[in-house]
Design a protein around this ligand. Structure first.
Ligand code: FMN
Length: 334
């Protein structure tokens, strides 16, 4: 099920990738997930209006490094001409271009972008056509199943995207109105796969390595995008591979957990300086400190931490938790 995948001119070593996550998939987190085994990572969604109007400030979101490849750049916007102009601007920054047609948040759909586009398939056609005309980068779109529950436009949108020259499509099979409630309807991925020739990537409710293999198997989709399941848990990328190859996977040791937080913190310091690093890593410790004895106390302390030293004390605290305690904690009052 894990296999090489080709998206336009881009060949990925395997088909388990890190999803775009606004506020999260910045350079440090992408590097952490790549080290764990993600074959592709995306920027946070980047505003086309920001790019066209503010230029440099928004381009900072595209900061990358040689280890951060292959890189997908995700744009959100609503006007075909602006999207095409933005595509031209970012072409040299990444290896693939994705257009966000799934974001459900009001700030985005209020501008007509994100999942609001699902209400207007003709506009989707115009957007893909305009962007396709200006870039040779592999071009993809990421969608939800529709705007309202039940108005499943995903197959129509998929066909349009394919006809206009998209190289792959990602479906998160929930309607916009569901936001993140209920379950993702994975069978829609199988339906999409049946309707298209270009690769179909699946997103939605991939929280464990077992979920990942089950999505690949049940839907026959070509690849999967891990999103919330990677928060505080980048090891999911190596565990999926291990599960497929051996039928089981090694749990994360407290030492590995502490090392990863240290590494993540160092990357933040390098990128953004100490003050921002403390603020950012606190958020991630809220996710890293789950599922072991004493995790809730570490989360509480992380919340009030104000210095790098305090953060390092917390990682040492995690490291010192014995493995037995660590595992017993999966039953901890989390
Ligand atoms: C905090 C957060 C931020 C997200 N940001 C983006 C984004 O910038 N672009 C995008 O296409 N999807 C974004 N998504 C959607 C995810 O990429 C993914 O499709 C969705 O979370 C479903 O997968 P999951 O259930 O495995 O988390 C975001 C989701 C979350 C929870």
């Amino acid at each position: 099920m894990l296999k090489q995948i080709t998206i336009g001119s881009l060949v990925l070593s395997h088909n388990v990738v890190l999803a775009p996550l606004a506020g999260i998939t910045n350079l440090p987190f992408r590097l952490i997930c790549r080290k764990a085994g993600a074959s592709l990572a995306y920027t946070e969604m980047v505003s086309v209006n920001g790019l066209v109007r503010e230029g440099a400030k928004t381009l900072a979101l595209l900061k990358s490094s040689p280890a951060d490849r292959p890189l997908g750049i995700q744009l959100f916007g609503e006007r075909p001409g602006d999207l095409a102009e933005a595509a031209r601007m970012v072409e040299g920054f990444g290896d693939l271009l994705d257009i966000n047609m799934g974001c459900p948040v009001r700030k985005v759909v209020g501008t007509g972008a994100g999942s609001a586009l699902l209400q207007d398939p003709r506009k989707i056609a115009a957007i893909v056509r305009a962007v396709r005309a200006v870039t040779k980068l592999p071009l993809t779109i990421k969608i939800r199943s529709g705007w309202h529950c039940g108005d499943n436009v995903f197959q129509e949108v998929g066909r349009i995207a394919e006809a206009e020259g998209c190289d792959a499509i990602t479906l998160h099979p929930r309607s916009r109105s569901l936001m993140f409630s209920g379950n993702a309807e994975w069978r829609q991925l199988a339906e999409m796969k049946g309707a298209l020739s270009i690769p179909v990537m699946g997103s939605g409710d991939l929280f464990t390595p077992e979920d990942c293999l089950r999505m690949l198997k049940e839907t026959s989709c070509d690849g999967i995008m891990i999103a919330r399941g990677a928060l505080g848990n980048p090891w999911i990328f190596r565990q999926v591979r291990e599960l497929e190859q051996t039928g089981s996977y090694t749990p994360v040791s407290t030492g590995e957990r502490a090392d990863t937080i240290e590494n993540h913190l160092s990357l933040f310091i390098e990128e953004r300086g100490e003050a921002v690093a403390v603020r950012e890593i606190k958020k991630h410790i809220g996710w890293y400190a789950r599922g072991f004895a004493g995790a809730s106390e570490i989360r509480r302390k992380a919340n009030s931490a104000g210095s790098i030293d305090e953060i390092r004390q917390l990682t040492e605290r995690i490291r010192s938790i014995s493995e037995n305690q660590g595992h017993a904690s999966d039953r901890d009052a989390e």
